[in-house]
Write a protein that binds this ligand. Structure first.
Ligand code: SF4
Ligand code: SF4
Length: 160
């Protein structure tokens, strides 16, 4: 019984390096077609409204003083234990306000559970911002205090 020689095993194909040229042809074909992938960071992504960057704090003009009431619900809901809130008496009113508020962005997994737990009305005091380019040289720089949570980090755009 004669042995069946599959085309890819044939000496002729190997000798003429046909597979190599077939592969090169695929590369060449795609070289001149429009790209379907985004050339980040040269091309900036268009963020969707519900994009979840790092969590930050905000106020509301309808609220007297800070919108955050330092209830600690966000810290309790956080699965990564990266939120630390220290409360103090609210200045000129009843209730509490944050004396200090820290989020360790290095540990944050952007799950949004802290926002779900926040009870403030008409908007949540903590929200998922669109900040996402957060590379730092030192680990401590990921620890973000009240000021950083309100004003945001200086954007660190990645360059080519
Ligand atoms: S987004 Fe998730 S991980 Fe990040 S601070 Fe909020 S609850 Fe914690
Ligand atoms: S951000 Fe919201 S949940 Fe967190 S301490 Fe302030 S009011 Fe409470």
């Amino acid at each position: 019984m004669s042995k069946i020689v599959r085309p890819e095993d044939s000496v002729l194909r190997r000798f003429l390096l046909l597979e190599l040229f077939a592969g090169l042809w695929v590369t060449l074909k795609h070289q001149f077609r429009p790209h379907v992938t985004q050339e980040y960071p040269r091309e900036r992504p268009e963020l969707r409204p519900r994009f979840r960057g790092v969590p930050r704090l905000r106020d509301h003009p309808g609220a007297e003083g800070p919108l955050c009431v330092a209830c600690n619900q966000c810290a309790l809901a956080c699965p990564d234990h990266c939120i630390t809130v220290v409360a103090e008496d609210r200045k000129g009113g009843k209730g509490k306000q944050p004396k200090s508020f820290h989020i360790d962005y290095e540990r944050c997994c952007h799950c949004g559970l802290c926002v779900d737990a926040c009870p403030t009305k008409p908007i949540t005091a903590i929200y998922m911002s669109h900040d996402y380019e957060m590379a730092q040289y030192a680990r401590d720089d990921f620890m973000t205090d009240l000021r950083g949570l309100y004003e945001g980090h200086v954007p660190r755009e990645y360059k080519r």
